[in-house]
Ligand binder design. Structure first.
Ligand SMILES: *Cc1c(COP(=O)(O)O)cnc(C)c1O
Length: 467
């Protein structure tokens, strides 16, 4: 399997190279040259497999020759063995129609673990092959940082620099990042910054020739294809449980960077019958405006109780636009460069109509979110859900569905990760699971830097071990 850039000018690479490269050298994102597909019969055969085996089977066509099927299964078994639930991503029933897909049973309590536990192992595998080292730079609105740090802490060939907007992540998210003591972990809090500011700095670091001359820079954000690939698996897992592929299933996805919901699109491309993918946003609603009116224009970010969705520039949307525009890299490069200059663009009619075939979007405000949390708590056997999940559930519940279609809301974080917001809505304060230990009271390690590219760059150049 080869991968091509959405902007059409970077060289095509195999899976191992794409995993280490993160972003393409032309500023684009890597996508498979062609979508692998499963027949109806092949999907039926996946039913009942343990999660790690299902994962290896769904991912194998994307991995191609980069790993043998046996090795991929070993890595998958190791990654998902760290989850606290034997089903890895279990379903919980809310009512006759609605289900939650619990993606938070990994070490850091958010769905990011599903991909990052595997990505950490893939980095180690491919770097050992090249006898090489990787300097990972990432931006986080909270959950990617803690999941990436857990997955990479103590690994020999990798160093990680993680930027987060100071004061805009939850207290649990912060201490999960800053109390990790491994010497290869470097946290940077950027003062007065939004997630988008942090992400823009990371993109600049990838293109900075001094950085790339001294370091092989790697990505853990969902611009890294391997992350999306790992997330495709749980769409299959859920659909197979709920009657797929004979029955269509709908998914509602709390969305920020458009990574998780794009993985659902990939599952559909591979042949999984999906009724609809709901893109649920909070008041930072660029994706809702884009999908409902074609207006992709970034405003200022409003901080909310669902910080992982406080995003105005959704990197992975570029992957969808590439598909919908007939995979024309040159045209998309022009469209994206235009967006990067003016922070606004219009979707073409073809893009808007194409997206509408599978995607529906819903915007939820703070009251909608609290209402969904209270509904799950009061009507579904005291089910506590986190603010991100609540936005997804709100969207799932306000839409009209054809009879019999099960609607699965992706439960992207454990409620204890956002316990203040859960308590405000329901009066119940969820406890952290015992397995995460006593996070508070440990010493925190984090550099605080101004919202200025040169300062961040100088800090990383001074601290990172050169190649
Ligand atoms: C990252 C995250 C999201 C958004 O996922 P994207 O792939 O960026 O769209 C939603 N909820 C939680 C809890 C997250 O950590």
């Amino acid at each position: 399997m080869r991968y091509v850039s959405t902007r059409g000018r970077a060289p095509a690479l195999d899976f191992a190279a794409v995993t280490l490269a993160g972003m393409a050298s032309d500023g684009g994102l890597y996508v498979p040259e062609a979508w692998p597909t499963f027949s109806h019969g092949e999907i039926v055969e996946l039913r009942g497999l343990p999660y790690a085996e299902l994962a290896a089977r769904v991912m194998q066509p994307f991995v191609g020759d980069s790993l043998t099927p046996e090795r991929l299964l070993e890595l998958s078994t190791q990654a998902y063995g760290r989850f606290a639930h034997a089903a890895v991503t279990p379903l919980t029933q809310l009512d006759q129609r609605h289900w939650l897909l619990e993606l938070f049973h990994g070490p850091t309590l958010a769905f990011k673990d599903v991909a990052l536990q595997l990505l950490g192992l893939l980095f180690e595998e491919f770097l050992a092959r090249d006898d090489s080292r990787l300097t990972v730079v990432g931006a986080t609105s909270g959950d990617t940082g803690s999941a990436a740090i857990d997955a990479l802490a103590g690994r020999e060939r990798v160093e990680i620099f993680m930027l987060h907007p100071a004061g805009r992540v939850s207290d649990v998210q912060r201490v999960q990042m800053t109390t990790v003591r491994a010497p290869n972990v470097h946290n940077i809090a950027v003062e007065g910054a939004s997630f988008d500011d942090c992400q823009a700095m990371v993109k600049r670091l990838f293109a900075d020739e001094t950085m790339t001359a001294r370091h092989r820079i790697g990505a853990v954000n969902s611009i890294n294809w391997a992350r999306l690939m790992a997330q495709v698996v749980y769409y299959f897992a859920a659909a197979l449980q709920l009657g797929g592929p004979e029955k269509k299933v709908a998914f509602s996805v709390p969305t920020g960077n458009f990574g998780d919901v794009f993985a659902g699109y990939v599952a559909a491309k591979m042949g999984l019958p999906i009724e609809r993918l709901v893109v649920a946003t909070n008041v930072n609603d660029i994706l809702h405006r884009a999908l409902s009116e074609g207006d992709y224009s970034a405003g200022a970010v409003t901080p909310t109780a669902a910080p992982s969705m406080d995003i105005q520039v959704s990197s992975n949307f570029e992957r969808l636009l590439f598909e919908l525009g007939g995979r024309d890299g040159a045209a998309l490069a022009a469209q994206m460069v235009g967006f990067e200059t003016s922070k606004a663009m219009r979707l073409t009619n073809a893009q808007l109509a194409g997206a509408g075939e599978l995607f529906t979007s819903v915007r939820a405000d703070a009251a909608d979110m609290a209402g969904a949390m209270r509904w799950a708590w009061e009507h579904c056997g005291c089910e506590a859900i986190d603010p991100h999940t609540a936005i997804g559930l709100h969207a799932a519940r306000v839409l009209e569905w054809p009879g019999g279609v099960p609607v699965v809301t992706l439960a992207t974080a454990h409620p204890a990760k956002f316990r203040e917001a859960v308590e405000r809505a329901t009066g119940f304060r969820p406890a952290l699971p015992a397995r995460v230990g006593d996070l508070f009271g440990r010493e925190e390690r984090c550099a605080t830097l101004p919202n200025d590219y040169e300062s961040v760059r100088a800090h990383i150049l001074a601290a990172a071990t050169p190649l």
